[in-house]
Design a protein around this ligand. Structure first.
Ligand SMILES: Cc1cc2nc3c(=O)[nH]c(=O)nc-3n(C[C@H](O)[C@H](O)[C@H](O)COP(=O)(O)O)c2cc1C
Length: 258
C-alpha cells in the first residue's frame, strides 16, 4: 500500500462481540477486557474489521473517503450477468463519440475496488485521450519495425496491415492498466470492462499496444513509465459502431470435479 493507515478501536463503542476478531484474515485482533485490541498496525489493512463491526467502533485512518453504509446488498441478476458476459464482443470499430469524464471515472472506480493480492492496491491507470495519437504513432512506428519478425512468429500477422490507427481503431479513449502483479491488474481490467459495457461502451483489450508499451524504450519514455512498471493490458474504449446479432460459440469448458 502506498500510504500509511492506522486501525483505531473506539473502546467506548466496542461491545466486544468478537466479530472483527473472527473475520480478521491475519489473526491480528484479540479481545481483552471485553474490548477488541489490534495487535499490530502492520496487517493487510483490508478493512474487514471495520466493515463487519455492528457498532462502527473500528476506523481506518488516512483514506480520502469514508466507508459507505450497506443497508441492502446490491442485486446482481445472475441470468442477466451471464448474458452480458456471453454477448460481449471485442470491439474494433468505434463511433466518433466522446466518452464522458464521469464514465471514465466510474470505469476506474471499478478497477480501484477490485481486490488485489495482499490488498496491495498497486494498480495504476493511464488514461490516453486527447494526446493518444502521439502514443499510437510511437507504437505504430515500433510495431512496423518488428513486423517482419511477427510475420514469422505469428500465424495471422502477414495478413494484417498496420495503418496509423492500428492500435486504437479511432476509439476516443484507451486506459492502460499498470502494475507489478499480473493477476491483480487483470482482475481490475476485467471489472473495468464490465463497467464500460454497462454504459453501452465497447472494449478492446489491446495486448499488442501493451506489449509495445512494455518493450519500446521510446514509448516507455513518452508515457513516463518507471522501471518495473508493467502494462498488464490496455482497454481501448468507445461506443461500438457494430452490432452483433448473436452470441459466438465457445468450446465446452474443460472442468474436472475431484
Ligand atoms: C489479454 C487479451 C489481449 C488481446 N489483445 C488483442 C489485440 O492486441 N488486438 C486485437 O485485435 N484483439 C485482442 N484481443 C481480443 C481477442 O482476440 C478476442 O478476445 C478473441 O478473439 C475473442 O473474441 P471476442 O472477445 O469477441 O469474444 C485480446 C484479448 C485478450 C483477452
Amino acid at each position: 500500500m502506498k500510504y500509511q493507515h492506522i486501525i483505531e478501536v473506539n473502546k467506548d463503542l466496542c461491545i466486544g462481540c468478537g466479530l472483527c476478531k473472527n473475520d480478521c484474515p491475519v489473526n491480528n485482533i484479540v479481545i481483552e477486557n471485553k474490548k477488541s485490541v489490534i495487535k499490530n498496525q502492520d496487517c493487510l489493512m483490508c478493512g474487514h474489521c471495520a466493515a463487519i463491526c455492528p457498532v462502527s467502533a473500528i476506523t481506518l485512518t488516512g483514506f480520502d473517503e469514508p466507508p459507505i453504509e450497506l443497508t441492502e446488498k446490491p442485486n446482481l441478476d445472475s441470468d442477466e450477468l451471464l448474458m452480458a458476459i456471453k454477448s460481449r464482443r471485442t470491439i474494433r470499430n468505434f463511433k466518433d463519440k466522446e466518452v464522458s469524464p464521469e464514465i471514465v471515472n466510474q470505469i476506474i472506480e471499478a478497477g480501484r475496488y477490485t481486490p488485489s493480492a495482499k490488498n496491495s492496491q498497486d494498480v495504476s491507470y493511464i488514461v490516453l485521450d486527447k494526446e493518444k495519437a502521439v502514443y499510437e504513432e510511437a507504437a505504430v512506428k515500433f510495431f512496423r519495425k518488428i513486423k517482419p519478425v511477427a510475420n514469422i512468429a505469428v500465424k495471422y500477422s502477414k495478413e494484417v496491415s498496420i495503418d496509423d490507427n492500428f492500435f486504437f481503431k479511432h476509439a476516443p479513449i484507451a486506459i492502460m492498466v499498470v502494475t507489478k502483479d499480473k493477476i491483480s491488474g487483470s482482475l481490475a481490467a476485467s471489472n473495468m470492462a464490465l463497467m464500460a459495457e454497462s454504459y453501452g461502451l465497447g472494449v478492446l483489450f489491446s495486448g499488442l499496444f501493451s506489449d509495445v508499451a512494455n518493450n519500446s524504450l521510446n514509448l516507455r519514455k513518452l508515457l513516463t513509465l518507471k522501471h518495473g512498471d508493467h502494462v498488464i493490458t490496455t482497454l481501448v474504449i468507445g461506443y461500438p459502431n457494430v452490432k452483433y446479432r448473436r452470441t459466438v460459440q465457445k468450446e465446452a469448458a474443460n472442468v474436472r470435479y475431484l
